[in-house]
Design a protein around this ligand. Structure first.
Ligand code: FES
Ligand SMILES: [Fe+2]
Length: 411
């Protein structure tokens, strides 16, 4: 349970908020690289309650700028992307990927106005088929979160995102909450001999977990432990990496993923699923088949379509329920998005009743609140003072015998 003030501090990310300032210090996934072809139409991108425009210039470089034209604020998303710059359609001012105004055709010949004006532009990196941006303050961006996808050829990596209509913290909580699997995702749970190591055993939700949390320099590892009647123990070790990365255990030997929860603004959230195969090229439908948890929408820029919202009870299908789909939805991630949206745009954490199964989310909230406060007081973040081997951060699914011997491990 949080006070109303703590809940505000936790959830609000717009300009001027303590949490927003801290989040901006991290590299954030912004847009799929495939959306930006050379000299393509520029794209509006909203992140942390601020509007930007992204484009790829004639030389293939990506520019990430504040959206408004420096002349009189017209959206540069309306601009013409030509000859190595974005040209505002209102008076024709042209801006390059470094944010420098390079032409001001509305000014008299010989004007040197252009050289004096710069638009805010932000460092970008293209990794894993995604354009990442750093919106933070300071001289240099921090270490890049180089998870396992960095070592893979691009055709082995699939970036997809869903647009979810609620505050971002609810999505992070959902990822770190192992106990809901038993109920919400019941349809996808393995049965019989598959319970321990068959398809979807990684979700192991047959009973309530007992949590053990280990602190990490970057966040924590939450070990959700479940013991079967014969004494066999299943440990699911989820890694939470500040501020919005989660690595969830799986029993697929060659398919890995990182979930990334990035606020568009306080009320809308990008849920990124960045998955990669260590076996070779892979596509989204193969990933969905391997995960055996339903099929996501076909649009990689919003796999959560159509979104029905509260007035249509999120499109829940009672006929499906009669057919055996426990929740009335036909894909596991959609089950998550629906329950998270149904908590309200901002879950009211002053009214909840938490139990022992909620300690992973309690710890996550504490870490985030401490992070925001630390950044507010010191303008720095401990996580960025260290050298973290992101590629080595791996979630673990392990099965132990009644005597504590490891029977199987999936890393
Ligand atoms: S507003 Fe963009 S050139 Fe005038
Ligand atoms: Fe879930």
């Amino acid at each position: 349970m949080l006070s109303k003030e703590q809940n505000e501090l936790l959830t609000k990310v717009g300009p001027g908020t303590p949490m927003g300032a801290a989040l901006r210090q991290f590299w954030a996934p912004a847009i799929r690289s495939a959306n930006l072809e050379v000299d393509c139409a520029p794209t509006r991108v909203r992140l942390f309650g601020q509007d930007f425009v992204a484009f790829r210039d004639s030389n293939g470089r990506v520019g990430f700028l504040d959206e408004g034209c420096p002349h009189r604020g017209v959206s540069l998303a309306l601009g013409r992307n030509e000859d190595c710059g974005l040209r505002c359609i209102f008076h024709g001012w042209k801006i390059n990927v470094d944010g420098q105004v390079v032409e001001v055709p509305s000014e008299p010949a010989g004007s040197n106005l252009a050289s004096k004006i710069k638009v805010n532009h932000y460092p970008v990196r293209e990794e894993g088929g995604i354009v990442w941006v750093w919106l933070g303050k300071g001289a240099e961006p921090p270490q890049f979160p180089a998870f396992g996808f960095m070592n893979q050829p691009l055709e082995n990596v699939v970036p997809r995102k869903a647009i979810v209509h609620c505050n971002w913290v609810q999505l992070v909580e959902g990822l770190l909450d192992s106990s809901h699997v038993t109920s919400l995702h019941k349809t996808w749970l393995p049965t019989g001999k598959d319970v321990l190591s068959g398809p979807n055993a990684g979700m192991m939700g047959a009973m309530a977990p007992v949590y053990e949390i280990e602190e990490r320099p970057y966040g924590y590892m939450a070990n959700a432990q479940r013991r079967l009647a014969d004494g066999t123990q299943v440990n699911r070790k989820t890694e939470y990496v500040l501020p919005f990365f989660c690595l969830i255990p799986s029993t697929l030997r060659t398919l890995f993923g990182v979930a990334m929860v990035v606020p568009v603004d306080d009320e809308t959230t990008f849920f990124w699923d960045l998955s990669w195969s260590t076996e070779g090229p892979i596509d989204a439908s193969t990933i969905d088949k391997l995960r055996n948890a339903g099929t996501m929408g076909l649009d990689p820029d919003n796999t959560y379509e159509p979104c029905f919202g509260a007035d249509k009870v999120w499109g829940q299908d009672r006929e499906l329920m009669k057919q055996g789909f426990y929740s009335g939805f036909q894909a596991l991630p959609i089950e998550d998005f629906v329950v998270q949206e149904s908590q309200g745009i901002f879950a009211d954490r002053s009214k909840e009743h938490l139990g022992a199964s909620d300690i992973a989310i309690i710890r996550m909230r504490r870490l985030l609140l401490d992070m925001a406060k630390t950044y507010q007081e010191t303008s720095s973040l401990p996580i960025h003072q260290q050298n973290i081997d992101y590629a080595k951060i791996r979630p673990v699914h392990e099965v132990l015998s009644a005597t504590g011997q490891q029977i199987e491990i999936y890393v």
